[in-house]
Design a protein around this ligand. Structure first.
Ligand code: GLU
Length: 509
C-alpha cells in the first residue's frame, strides 16, 4: 500500500433510488476527503444492464446535492479521469481481462448457462448444495484450461459466447488490513473463479471496479460491509495486475430499529419513516417517501446519518457539515451494525431548529408560506414557535395565529375555562390593556399581574382565556411576547372578535 494523495469515490449502481445507507457511504467518503484535503468523486457503476433503472442516476445526483455533499468529479461535473459512467468506458475493460488470460491469471470459459445449471443440479443431488466454478471443478469444465489450444481458437473465431474467469490460485492465504475491521485473512480455496468479463461484452462489477479505481487513482475504498466478501478477490486482482492496492474501509450495516436485520427499502414506509433522502416514484407509480419531502432539513439528516456508525468520542451531538468534516476519522467508525432510530432522527431535526438562527429559519418559513409575509415578522414567529416545533412546517401551522386572526376557538379550553363571568372579566382586562400607554412584553406582564392582584385571582383563571381570545388555542409560547408581537390595536380587535364569537358558541351550547 502506498501513501498517495487522498482520492475517494462513491460508486453507486443506478438500480433504483439511493437508500439512506448509500447516502451514508457517500457522506463518509465526502467527510474523509474533506478532512484529508482529498478529492471525492462519483462513479456510476452500470455494468449490469439488466438492473438499470431509468432516472436513478439523476435521483442520486439530486439527493447528493440536497445533502450538500456534491462530489468534485463525476458525470456532468468534469474531472480528468472521466468518463465517470462505466457503460461509457465499456471499451476500456476487455484488454485488461485479455491481459490476465495471456498471463495465465484468467481463462476463457465456454460453458453455457444450461450446462452450469445441470452441474449445480447434479451436485445438489449428491449432497453438495453450494456448487462453485473453482480450482477443483474448472478442471472438468469447458474452458481454455481444459480444451486444446486449437479448439479454443476455433471457438473464439466462431464467436462462441464465452466469459473470462479469474483463475483463483490454489491454497493461498490472502491477507489485507481493513481500516475498520483490522486484518482479514481468507484462503483462496474458499473462493470461486469469479467471472470478470461477460458474454454481453461488458465487464463484471469486480473487473470494472478494480480497473477504474486504479485508473482514477483511488487511494481509499470506503464502502458498505456487503462488499467485504468481494475484497479478497479485489486484492487478488490488484496483485494480478501488479497495481498498488488501495486502503479498504468497510462500513457497518444499517439495522432496523429493533436491531433485527438489515434496514431494507421496504422497511421505511412499513415502519413509518423514510429510508430514502428524497421522494422516489417507481415506474409503476409506487411512492417511496423521502426525508426532504417529510420536512427534514438536510443538515439534520446529515447529522443523523453521520452518527449511524460513527461518533466523535465526545458528548457533542450537534454538528454542522463543516464541523463533521473537521471531526471525522475512520478509526472512530464502529464495526458493529448501526441501529437506525427514527425518534433520534426527529430529535436531530428538533435540535437543528433550536440551534439555527431565527433569521435563517425565517427564510425557510417564508418559502413554505410562499413569501406572503414580511420576513422580519417571520423571524419573530420562528423565535416564538421553534421550541415547540420539529419541522419548519410545524411553525407555519402551529404559529398560524401569529400571522392571521384565529377562525376557531379550541373547544376543550372554551368548555373548561370559559365560565359565566369570563366575558365580563375579559372585557375588563381588555379595557386595562387599552389604557396602556406603552405596549411591550414588560408593560403587558406588569398590567396582567396588577389585574390578577386587584381581582384576587390566580393565573389559571385568566391567562388561558386571554390566550383563547388572542390565539384561539389553549397552549403556546408566552402570552406577553405574543401580545407585544401583535401590538395593541391587533390585540384589542382580536379580543373583541373573540368575545363575540365565544359568547355565541356558549349560547349555542
Ligand atoms: N457498485 C457498487 C454498489 O452499488 C459499489 C461497491 C464499491 O464501492 O466498490 O454499491
Amino acid at each position: 500500500m502506498s501513501d498517495k494523495p487522498v482520492r475517494v469515490r462513491f460508486a453507486p449502481s443506478p438500480t433504483g433510488p439511493l437508500h439512506m445507507g448509500g447516502v451514508r457511504t457517500a457522506l463518509y467518503n465526502y467527510l474523509f476527503a474533506k478532512k484529508n484535503n482529498g478529492t471525492f468523486l462519483i462513479r456510476i457503476e452500470d455494468t449490469d444492464q439488466t438492473r438499470f433503472v431509468p432516472g436513478a442516476q439523476d435521483y442520486i445526483m439530486d439527493a447528493l446535492k440536497w445533502c450538500g455533499i456534491m462530489p468534485k468529479e463525476g458525470p456532468g461535473l468534469g474531472g480528468e479521469y472521466g468518463p465517470y459512467v462505466q457503460s461509457e468506458r465499456k471499451e476500456m475493460y476487455q484488454p485488461y481481462a485479455e491481459r490476465l488470460v495471456q498471463e495465465d491469471k484468467a481463462y476463457y470459459a465456454f460453458d453455457t448457462a444450461e450446462e452450469l445449471e445441470l452441474m449445480r443440479e447434479r451436485a445438489k443431488q449428491m449432497g453438495m448444495p453450494n456448487w462453485q466454478y473453482n480450482h477443483v471443478t474448472r478442471t472438468s469444465l469447458k474452458n481454455s484450461l481444459t480444451l486444446p489450444q486449437d479448439q479454443v481458437e476455433e471457438l473464439l473465431a466462431n464467436n462462441t459466447p464465452y466469459v473470462i474467469r479469474m483463475k483463483m490460485p490454489r491454497n493461498r492465504d490472502i491477507r489485507f488490513e481493513d481500516i475498520i475491521r483490522g486484518w482479514v485473512t481468507v484462503n483462496t480455496n474458499n473462493l470461486d473463479d469469479k467471472v470478470l468479463f461477460k458474454s454481453d461484452g461488458m465487464p463484471t462489477y469486480h473487473l470494472a471496479n478494480i480497473v477504474d479505481d486504479h485508473l482514477m487513482k483511488i487511494s481509499h475504498v470506503i464502502r458498505g460491509e456487503e462488499w467485504l466478501p468481494s475484497a479478497p478477490l479485489h486484492v487478488m486482482l490488484y496483485e494480478a495486475f501488479g497495481w498498488d492496492c488501495p486502503h479498504f474501509a468497510h462500513l457497518p450495516l444499517l439495522l432496523r430499529p429493533d436491531g433485527n436485520g438489515k434496514l431494507s427499502k421496504r422497511d421505511g414506509d412499513r415502519l413509518g419513516f423514510p429510508v430514502f433522502p428524497t421522494d422516489w416514484t417507481t415506474a409503476e407509480g409506487e411512492l417511496y417517501s423521502g426525508y426532504r419531502e417529510k420536512g427534514y432539513h438536510h443538515q439534520a439528516f446529515i447529522n443523523m446519518l453521520a452518527f449511524l456508525g460513527w461518533n466523535p468520542g465526545t458528548h457533542q451531538e450537534i454538528f454542522s457539515l463543516d464541523e463533521l468534516c473537521e471531526a471525522f476519522t475512520l478509526d472512530r467508525v464502529s464495526k458493529a451494525g448501526a441501529k437506525f432510530d427514527p425518534d433520534k432522527t426527529k430529535w436531530f431535526q428538533q435540535q437543528y431548529l433550536r440551534s439555527t438562527p431565527n433569521e435563517e429559519l425565517a427564510d425557510q418559513l417564508s418559502e413554505v408560506l410562499e413569501h406572503k409575509y414580511d420576513v422580519s415578522r417571520l423571524t419573530t414567529v420562528c423565535h416564538l414557535m421553534k421550541e415547540r416545533a420539529t419541522f419548519i412546517q410545524d411553525i407555519a401551522t402551529e404559529g398560524a395565529y401569529l400571522l392571521e386572526r384565529p377562525t376557531s376557538y379550541d373547544e376543550q379550553t372554551v368548555s373548561k375555562k370559559w365560565k359565566e363571568d369570563t366575558s365580563a372579566l375579559m372585557t375588563e382586562w381588555k379595557n386595562n390593556l387599552e389604557a396602556l400607554s406603552t405596549f411591550d412584553h414588560d408593560s403587558v406582564e406588569n398590567a396582567f399581574k396588577a389585574f390578577l392582584e386587584a381581582k384576587g385571582m390566580g393565573i389559571g383563571a385568566v391567562l388561558p382565556n386571554f390566550r383563547l381570545l388572542i390565539t384561539g388555542t389553549g397552549m403556546g409560547p408566552s402570552m406577553f411576547e405574543i401580545a407585544a408581537f401583535l401590538g395593541k390595536e391587533e390585540c384589542l380587535e382580536r379580543m373583541n372578535q373573540g368575545l363575540t364569537k365565544i359568547e355565541a358558541l356558549k349560547n349555542q351550547a
